[in-house]
Design a protein around this ligand. Structure first.
Ligand SMILES: [Zn+2]
Length: 271
């Protein structure tokens, strides 16, 4: 599932190729995404408009078009954006946008949890209201984390995964952040001290930055017409390594299930 770094890398990859171009047409496949604007709505509002800005909020790509029209795209669990030469409708391609210069942007999504939503000028971008603060925002500080976690008994892991508080952190990076910060994933969020939040925040930023940087080198994989690649080749310290030796202390990495998701951690490094 794409997390913040993957979406940011896609944004950086798409921006130079798409900015300033006009959308010409939108074609829909047979199967609909679970959350998508009506075809008539998309074809009414997108064609003829130039892309002015391409932003990211949490895991949303925010396409700002001429005249105050906004297109939101969320990749869901298996969504992929394929940029390139004209593509034919394949079973999992749900939408094909054609832009000036013969460029096409296709949205492919096997499980169809992705979202493609168009908003008219002045219409509130409702899905973004659920998105918490950006991890790189100056408004995110250790003091703020102490404040918003106060009295919360739910585990740190679940707190970090809550995109309404901190945007864009998924299962993989949350596990890596807790390992790097040396905090046990079951620690109640409200029990963390200021210095622990400071470490968690610093590690969050460091790990996300590194993933974005490394993703930059594989960005073409997202943009060719085949769209190969999943996660970046970041060296994972704990995620997916149950039973393997900790890269720092040699103890066996353990796994526990929190809110239905696997958490990987080192019992020695994360007491
Ligand atoms: Zn360890």
């Amino acid at each position: 599932m794409p997390e913040l770094p993957e979406v940011e890398v896609i944004r950086r990859g798409l921006a130079p190729r798409l900015l300033g171009r006009r959308f010409l047409s939108v074609k829909m496949g047979k199967k609909r995404l679970r959350q998508a604007s009506e075809p008539q709505h998309l074809t009414r509002w997108l064609p003829g408009r130039r892309l002015e800005r391409l932003q990211r909020r949490g895991k949303y790509l925010v396409f700002r078009l001429e005249g105050g029209v906004t297109l939101l795209i969320h990749l869901g669990m298996t969504g992929r954006l394929l940029l390139g030469a004209p593509v034919h409708h394949e079973p999992h391609v749900h939408l094909i946008f054609t832009l000036e210069g013969g460029l096409t942007l296709a949205f492919e999504d096997v499980r169809r949890f992705g979202q493609v939503l168009v908003f008219t000028p002045g219409e509130p971008l409702t899905p973004l209201k659920q998105v918490g603060r950006e991890p790189f925002s100056r408004r995110v500080t250790p003091e703020w984390l102490v404040e918003v976690s106060r009295g919360r008994r739910r585990p740190l892991k679940n707190f970090l995964l809550d995109g309404r508080i901190l945007a864009g952190l998924g299962n993989i990076y949350a596990c890596e952040v807790m390992f790097a910060a040396g905090v046990h994933p079951a620690t109640p969020a409200g029990a963390l001290e200021l210095d622990e939040w400071d470490r968690v925040l610093q590690e969050t930023r460091r790990i996300l930055k590194r993933a974005i940087r490394q993703g930059g080198t594989t960005v073409n994989n997202y943009l060719n017409s085949r769209g190969e690649t999943g996660l970046f080749q970041v060296e994972l310290m704990v995620y997916g390594r149950e039973g393997e030796p900790c890269r720092r202390c040699g103890s066996a990495i353990q796994r526990l299930v929190q809110a239905g998701r696997s958490t990987f951690f080192c019992p020695q490094c994360q007491p």
